[in-house]
Write a protein that binds this ligand. Structure first.
Ligand code: TXA
Ligand code: MG
Length: 325
């Protein structure tokens, strides 16, 4: 059976989709739905069995915890055992939005959500659809990105359909994700707070993420993650000749090389595809995954991404590209 895709672009369609999604979620079933970062594969976060279905559908290892999505500070506080001042401050500054806070888990959150650990990640997303569903349900939604484990996150409904197929029987189409890369994850159980996964929200007071050393606080920090099928490299070039010379040295047919550029755009070389994303971090984040999905679909063997400009704004994007390469 083909997955059902519901649109939300009129008020009536939106309300109908909210009802249908809430019905399934109340019954312990999964729904793929839009958030402003990437699409999520959601289940009732209070329901252990429902959460296990997420792991099955994604082929996700049980030791990787899932984020709990709320629609209001009250539900967030019901999901955690402690609500320190720093959480209240960050929530006031960045919620609803692309920020996940890791805090001690409330008893009520099943261990399947936290991968057996003592902490839980909570986020209040800004996308109107997921907020409406959470309010209709009255319970929070456990939701990882709506892709098979270790594949690219989806930023539209079509990506979800192609990636999960029948594993996501109901997909809500809420348009293109506005942010485009996954939320910033910050651990508030340590002092100072520590960034486990950089994103589009910068947190000046927090420590950078621990990189490869030490033990793995966030399994999403596994070095290879968020990866397209093709090999991905980050190159710098000053002009087309330099890019052409580098491409010639790679043992890949020119037509199988896809280029993602932002500043030095190749105009004459016959690459398989040349995608141009604006030299602006927010626009770049919004477009990046769709471009990578497109490279996969059109048979790229080598994806050449133009090295990013420097600066804090680019940190989340640089992190994803590093993991993809
Ligand atoms: O933007 C997002 O965060 C999207 C949307 C759907 O909200 N979700 C998402 O979920 O990216 P997922 O499961 O693909 O990535 C969540 C990341 C993983 O790296 C996971 O290990 C980490 O957050 N995480 C979740 N709970 C955690 C916890 N209690 N402690 C440490 N890391 C945690
Ligand atoms: Mg993911």
């Amino acid at each position: 059976m083909e997955p059902e895709i519901l649109s939300t672009h009129t008020a009536a369609l939106f309300d109908y989709a909210v009802q249908r999604a809430a019905e399934r979620l109340r019954a312990g079933q999964l729904v793929a739905l839009p958030t402003e970062t990437v699409y999520g594969l959601a289940a009732n976060a209070w329901d252990d069995l429902a959460v296990r279905r997420i792991f099955e559908a994604k082929g996700r290892p049980a030791e990787n915890p899932v984020i709990v999505h709320v629609a209001g500070v009250e539900l967030a506080r019901a999901s955690v055992a402690e609500w320190p001042a720093v959480a209240a401050e960050l929530a006031a500054a960045h919620w609803p939005g692309p920020l996940t806070m890791v805090l001690p888990r409330a008893e009520r959150i099943p261990l399947s959500v936290t991968a057996g650990g003592p902490t839980v990640g909570v986020r209040w997303p800004s996308h109107p659809f997921i907020q409406a569903v959470i309010r209709a349900c009255g319970f929070p939604l456990a939701a990882p990105s709506a892709n098979r484990s270790n594949q690219l996150s989806p930023t539209n409904a079509e990506h979800v359909r192609k990636g999960l197929g029948r594993r996501a029987p109901l997909i809500i189409d809420g348009g293109q994700s506005q942010i485009g890369i996954e939320s910033t994850v910050v651990d508030l159980t340590v002092s100072p707070p520590r960034i486990l996964r950089p994103g589009m929200i910068e947190l000046p007071g927090a420590q950078g993420h621990p990189g490869s050393k030490g033990h793995l606080r966030s399994p999403g920090l596994m070095p290879k993650h968020y990866a397209p099928r093709a090999r991905l490299v980050l190159w710098e070039w000053k002009n087309e000749q330099e890019l052409a010379a580098k491409a010639a040295a790679a043992a890949v047919a020119r037509a199988k090389i896809h280029v993602i550029a932002h500043t030095h755009i190749p105009l004459h070389e016959k690459f398989g595809r040349v995608a141009v994303i604006p030299d602006d971090a927010e626009a770049y984040a919004r477009a990046l995954y769709a471009e990578l999905h497109q490279c996969d679909e059109t048979g790229a063997e080598l994806i050449v991404v133009e090295a990013l400009p420097p600066g804090e704004k680019w940190r989340g994007i640089a992190d994803r590209l590093k993991r993809a390469s």
